[in-house]
Design a protein around this ligand. Structure first.
Ligand code: AN7
Length: 356
């Protein structure tokens, strides 16, 4: 331990971040998330070295906190009093929390009725001003970009088009290399607005340039089949998937993401909702790790590639689990099924109900 673990990313990775003497020491304890070797799930896929990076362990339950701590700290440094974002849920939960901790006005613009309930409640509980628009995420992002560009009412945009978000999120790649003592062979990641895949690639590249690691991984990104613009090669006007966090039809970081894919010798592919839900259930049942549906896209993709022989059994694979399953109780309820056994409150009755 270097003495800064547990004090957040600005302290732990400050020398790799765009900080100055005037950047406030903001932290909710983000980063330092577990890298778990998932042996049982790996064995089911024929992979001996499958690991998951459990980003749902961040303070607001997703990887967004890594980018948000930097974006909000830099906004404060620049004198901002207000931040704004569009979101499929996690960005808004994170902006709301870091904004609350900093005394900023937070405005979040959300696609109405399309946000997992936990994420919406996180934003509301933290006191964010929530605007639900009758459009999808891509339309909401267009609105907040316009608002942030207009000087009439100054506010700082904290979506991943803000470069400080990407700077913060690259620290997850550093942590993976620090934990493994090298870079993995494959880095599997869900792709929505496509900021995170670029952030990881930037992190691996910086570590390689500095000689901390020798190689960089192949980046393998996965979109949901109903919201797969990068795979299809064209915008999707009406994206649809059960994985609401990645229901995005026109990713802001599209060209950077394809550059990361190509430079790394990787791929960006689509996985179906059925594959996503199967991976979501298998992670929970085989490993006790409860991620949100969108996060499971990375595992669904790894499973597909392993079955096709595109990932060798001994490859060192890290799949990023971007968010916590508790955020989306409605999807969990539908996936868990009606599995509660009712019984009278006696030992004999409970034993009988169990068939013991
Ligand atoms: C759990 O919160 O876009 O490809 O507005 O919440 O960097 O967009 C969330 C995205 C993956 C995709 N997994 O990451 C938002 C938002 C989870 C997410 C992604 C998101 P990007």
């Amino acid at each position: 331990m270097d003495g800064t673990v547990g004090r957040g990313l600005l302290a732990r990775y400050g020398s790799w971040l765009p900080l100055t003497a005037a950047t406030p020491a903001l932290s909710l304890g983000e980063g330092g998330t577990p890298l778990v070797h998932v042996r049982r799930l790996g064995a089911q896929m024929g992979l001996r070295n499958l690991h998951v990076k459990v980003e749902g362990m961040n303070p607001t339950g997703s990887f967004k906190d890594r980018g948000m701590v930097v974006a909000v700290a830099k906004a404060i440094e620049a004198g901002a009093q207000s931040v704004i974002c569009a979101s499929t849920g996690n960005t808004s939960a994170s902006a709301a929390a870091y904004g609350a901790a900093s005394g900023l006005e937070v405005v979040v613009v959300l696609p109405k009725g399309a946000i997992a309930v936990g994420k919406l409640l996180q934003a509301l509980m933290a006191g964010a001003r929530v605007v639900a628009v009758d459009g999808n995420f891509d339309e909401a992002l267009a609105v907040v970009r316009e608002m942030a560009a207009d000087d009439d009412h100054p506010t700082t945009l904290v979506n991943s088009v803000n470069p400080h978000r990407i700077a913060g999120q690259k620290t997850a790649a550093f942590e993976i290399c620090d934990d493994l003592g090298r870079a993995p062979d494959f880095l599997a990641i869900p792709v929505g607005n496509a900021g995170n895949i670029c952030a990881y690639w930037a992190g691996f590249t910086e570590y390689a340039m500095a000689g901390v690691v020798e190689q960089r991984p192949r980046m393998i990104g996965f979109q949901a089949a109903g919201a797969a613009p990068i795979v299809l090669g064209h915008r999707v006007d009406h994206p649809e998937t059960i994985a609401s966090a990645i229901r995005i039809g026109n990713p802001a970081s599209w060209s950077l993401a394809t550059a990361a894919r190509d430079e790394s010798g990787g791929t960006i592919d689509a996985v179906t909702d059925d594959e996503i839900i199967a991976a979501y259930q298998d992670l929970a049942r085989s490993e006790g790790i409860f991620c949100e549906p969108s996060s499971a896209a990375s595992i669904a993709g790894v499973r597909r590639m392993a079955a096709a022989g595109e990932i060798e059994p001994d490859a060192l694979v890290v799949a990023v689990l971007t968010g916590n399953g508790l955020k989306d109780p409605n999807t969990a309820e539908r996936s868990a099924g009606d599995r509660i056994i009712e019984s009278r409150a006696t030992m004999d009755a409970v034993r009988a109900a169990l068939g013991w």
